[in-house]
Ligand binder design. Sequence first.
Ligand SMILES: Cc1cc2nc3c(=O)[nH]c(=O)nc-3n(C[C@H](O)[C@H](O)[C@H](O)COP(=O)(O)OP(=O)(O)OC[C@H]3O[C@@H](n4cnc5c(N)ncnc54)[C@H](O)[C@@H]3O)c2cc1C
Length: 496
Amino acid sequence: MGIRTEQQYWDSIRKQKTKVYIMGEQVENVIDHPLIHGSASGAALTFRYANEPATRDLFTIHSPLVGEPVNRYVSIHNTIEDLMDKVKLVRFVAQKTGECAQRCMGWDALNAVYSTSYETDRKYETPYHSRFKEYLKWVQKNDMMVHGTMTDPRGDRSLKPAAQKDPDLYLRIVERRKTGIVVRGAKSHQGGILNHEEFLAMPSVSLRPEDKDYAVSFALPVDTKGITYVFGRHSMDDRLLEGNQFDMGNTKFGRYAMWVFFEDVFVPWERVFLCGETEFASMIVERFAGLHRQNYGACSAGGMDVLIGATSLIAEYNGIANAFHVKDKLVEMCALNETLYQGSLACSSQGEITPSGVAVMNKLLSYVTKLNVTRFPYEIARLAQDICGGIIGTMPSEKDYRNPEVGPLIEKYLKGVASVPTEHRMRMIRLIERMTCGRTLLVCMHGAGSPFANKMMIGRYTDMEEKRIFARDIAGVPEPPSQAALSSGSAKPLKP
Ligand SMILES: Cc1cc2nc3c(=O)[nH]c(=O)nc-3n(C[C@H](O)[C@H](O)[C@H](O)COP(=O)(O)OP(=O)(O)OC[C@H]3O[C@@H](n4cnc5c(N)ncnc54)[C@H](O)[C@@H]3O)c2cc1C
């Protein structure tokens, strides 16, 4: 089939028979539900742009595996240039959606499992990589949407999986059969998972030998029997249910996350890509999370491009566009934003080729990029709120605006500059509210790891000793003798 059209995607996704609960009720035809549809519309763009002449080169690439062009979101990165193109693509998509296509989780998962399964096989002569290649061929030929499913609920964060009081708080193998395995547990915060036909599950933490049953990676159709999805509420979900045109801020696209519960779900062997090799869990986690962090500087920058544009427009609508401090703040927002993007480009440009041939980002620079993403968008949002004014938190609803009694009062008194319709001003304020008060910032904070998770890795991959050597050299301070040299008597302590 090759590259699918947008219509083929919608037709396929609407056929899924998933078991989904939203606000206490089981939902049929979930993809057209108002809380879900906007996010699926973002995913659909990845098919539309792959077919449009102006964007085809960015959205497709030749796959050596199947010998034909495939959608980039199901490709393996073979070169540093592929990594650079990836971050250009994710910024572009975020600019068009004000959100994201939620398809890069799967893209990163495919690359993480492809490269890790190769290295697992090399050590243990397991069959994971050849299985995975067959799976990937099918995914590429059919342009499947595959979700990357990693985060476990994790219970008591101070305890490893097997040490938890409830062993199901990390997804685990509960039975090994001749034909496959049975898994039980859950995955939390799965962004846009119902927009996908398949998901690729991975461990979420490094594991010890006693955590063998948690070292599991596999792929299944999203609507597999035994899996239940429950919608995760967010701060603007009610507004999406009100049937308004603009009170939700983003009038076209959305984002959601699901909790996913696995009640003894069967996985056939041909879909299992890690099963008990605990030492390779951390490789999958690091590769997936690293590739995801690589995106974050770029996709956050794309989202912030929309926010900066909205802030510039509201400044104009409020009649303050020429004020010095406003111009200065807008430039500050742009500088912070391009710093995010630079991070994604930098960690891509300094990437490396792993033994399987998969190109991956520079780890240290990707952690720094993501750490910046947990900070700079908050500062950009602060400046946007400053320029927009208190009306972000007090504006009447769209229903009041459309009410024949109070609507005319709102039309008159919510006017900014005379040349701009009141409704345009209200729409822009709602967009700024959406991007500075809701989930956009939360995703920047926690998506692809919390600030501390990134700092911990920055500490691990930073060569502090090298920096100390530089400092000693420049300051003219000799290196103190080692403990071994002191004990053997071959060196004397430095004079105090
Ligand atoms: C909107 C959204 C969409 C997402 N989409 C996906 C997705 O599609 N797929 C996916 O797999 N994941 C997804 N995630 C999950 C994301 O990767 C996690 O939120 C992130 O890894 C943080 O985990 P957590 O939310 O469980 O927070 P926690 O890990 O509980 O973090 C909370 C705080 O506890 C600290 N902490 C945690 N563990 C320890 C410890 N052992 N010692 C000391 N401090 C600790 C953290 O540093 C942080 O400060 C999504 C998250 C969000 C918010």
